[in-house]
Design a protein around this ligand. Structure first.
Ligand code: ZN
Length: 273
């Protein structure tokens, strides 16, 4: 039987859950919610896999290096926010594991002035090589870099699957959404949807309303960006229900209908079960 909802992008393996992870997992499964634990460097990718492998179903992992968590030097690596090199053989071994359902999160991050465009592009292309080799969908992080992301994707188009993956935490406009749709992408929306419109004008609801329903997935990005009801608290996968309720209001689609379609979309994009 399908779950009620799938949180398509969380970091349940992060140290923020060290003290009470089992309770967080119980709250999630009690609501019949599943999650995909996104890696942000090699260590958090490994931890995500270890967590996913404890369960036959319901928790999955992706493997990747977030652009702000990468470096070409040997700086110390911490699970959340440390720096990492892309070691292709090591990443390939992780990416080949059965519970790994995608490659990411990776992409462009232009709030972080430590990384040049060239560095980020090299890292981006390596992830696409990896995704192409293991034939798994990609999880793209994009903050202030939609042009750069599109350039990199067009240049590597033949490496994308027909179900290319997700634009995680999508905050672009309708025009960009159309281009990512053309490339085979789906889109995840999270707690930010429930918050007031951002000062920079990013309007999550506008892009959401534009997208076909079979391309809409939900996420939490937990422990970050808790939805309005839990503002100021640590986020967790069970809170993805708040995102569903807000999306249902924006789209004027009954919550149960939208829950069902978002689950089917997530199962399809990530080939779960
Ligand atoms: Zn994330």
């Amino acid at each position: 039987m399908n779950p009620y909802l799938i949180d398509a992008h969380s970091h349940l393996q992060f140290p923020q859950y060290e003290a009470d992870r089992e309770e967080v997992i119980k709250r999630m499964f009690d609501k019949n919610i599943w999650t995909i634990c996104a890696g942000s460097n090699s260590i958090s990718s490994e931890w995500g896999i270890a967590l996913a492998e404890r369960f036959e179903k319901g928790i999955y992992a992706t493997v990747g290096i977030h652009p702000s968590h990468s470096t070409e030097t040997d700086e110390p690596l911490e699970v959340d926010g440390g720096y990492d090199k892309f070691d292709y053989e090591k990443m390939l071994a992780l990416a080949s594991r059965k519970k790994v359902v995608g490659i990411g999160e990776f992409g462009f991050e232009f709030f972080d002035d430590k990384k040049t465009l060239d560095d980020q592009r090299i890292l981006f292309d390596l992830h696409l090589d990896l995704a192409n080799e293991v034939k798994k969908p990609v999880v793209i992080h994009c903050r202030n870099g939609y042009e750069e992301t599109l350039d990199a994707l067009y240049a590597n188009r033949e490496k994308l699957l027909p179900e290319a993956g997700i634009m995680h935490f999508y905050s672009g406009d309708k025009e960009y959404a159309r281009k990512f749709l053309d490339l085979g992408f789906s889109f995840t929306f999270g707690g930010a949807l429930t918050l007031p419109k951002k000062a920079d004008g990013a309007d999550f609801a506008e892009a959401l309303a534009y997208l076909p329903q079979d391309r809409i997935l939900f996420e939490t990005d937990a422990p970050y960006v808790a939805p309005k009801k839990y503002r100021g608290q640590r986020n967790e996968p069970a809170f993805v229900e708040e995102v569903l309720l807000k999306a249902s209001e924006v789209l004027q689609v009954p919550a149960d209908v939208l829950a069902k379609s978002s689950v089917e979309n997530t199962l399809r994009v990530f080939n779960l079960i």
